[in-house]
Design a protein around this ligand. Sequence first.
Ligand SMILES: Cc1cc2nc3c(=O)[nH]c(=O)nc-3n(C[C@H](O)[C@H](O)[C@H](O)COP(=O)(O)OP(=O)(O)OC[C@H]3O[C@@H](n4cnc5c(N)ncnc54)[C@H](O)[C@@H]3O)c2cc1C
Ligand code: FES
Length: 278
Amino acid sequence: MPYNLTAAVERQEDLGAGYHLLTLAAPEIAREIRAGQFVMIGLTDIDQMLIRRPFSVALVSPGPDGGEPASIGLLYKVIGRGTTLFSRLQPGDRLALLGPLGRGFWLPDPALEAGGGDETELLLVAGGIGNAIFPLLLQELGPRAARTTLFFGGRGRADLTLLDWFEAHAGRVVTATEDGSHGQRGFVTAPLAAHLDADPGRRRLVMACGPHAMLRAVAELCLARGVPCQVAMEETMACGFGVCLGCVVEKREPESDFDRFVRVCTEGPVFDAREIVL
Ligand SMILES: Cc1cc2nc3c(=O)[nH]c(=O)nc-3n(C[C@H](O)[C@H](O)[C@H](O)COP(=O)(O)OP(=O)(O)OC[C@H]3O[C@@H](n4cnc5c(N)ncnc54)[C@H](O)[C@@H]3O)c2cc1C
Ligand code: FES
């Protein structure tokens, strides 16, 4: 069951170019949240903000005693009214917070892999602020994080937020920018395709989050090569818990006319790319 709380802001870090990292004291959620799940946040004064906004939990951190998880970090980009208001929050301000919500990433069963000698290669693909979903996944992976590759794309270097953090925590980071200011010039799907084609027989899992066009391109690359792929969707949401039907996406293979759509907030936001129309 999700918690419906008010949580205090611990820190607001301005990362430049409209990106912020907001840390909230929320031990209940910090203990239970899994990578790919999300929270809905809003101002406590509903006259100022009626509809909460959805955000992935980017990071979980322990309290001052260094023990149990106590805080959650949200990495966000200022794009409209809600995120502008969030960017003005100061330590001690309080927010309405609902979570954990949705279905996150799922990993190959370690028991099935044990003894196989051929561990599934985990490839993470982030476009712009889609990177916000991956720090928690890398935290959860523990030592295995050092054997992941992150393909990280953006319009320019300023969109590759937390790049130093990813270089320290992922095994390898491959960047691509549309303006050529960091890594390969162009879309991140080009180095991803080259990597998949270099060793086609390898057992892999691709996990992607970013703009819709990037998710579609990543899914097509993977489906064409038979590579399992999970996509994290960022549809506009009003409730976040399955009631308003504002977040539905179409299923690829519905069983009937009454079964054409799935809710991103409850059945997702992470889907097997074979499940939905992108
Ligand atoms: C499950 C989930 C997880 C998310 N995680 C993050 C995250 O970790 N970090 C982050 O920065 N953002 C994340 N988002 C997107 C975030 O919720 C929106 O950017 C935010 O709600 C915008 O609020 P706003 O009031 O500032 O903008 P609004 O005023 O509501 O919108 C401004 C403009 O952006 C468009 N827009 C709004 N929401 C989205 C969206 N989801 N996708 C594309 N365009 C949109 C609107 O149509 C409008 O044109 C996530 C969304 C979902 C569904
Ligand atoms: S956001 Fe309301 S049903 Fe998904």
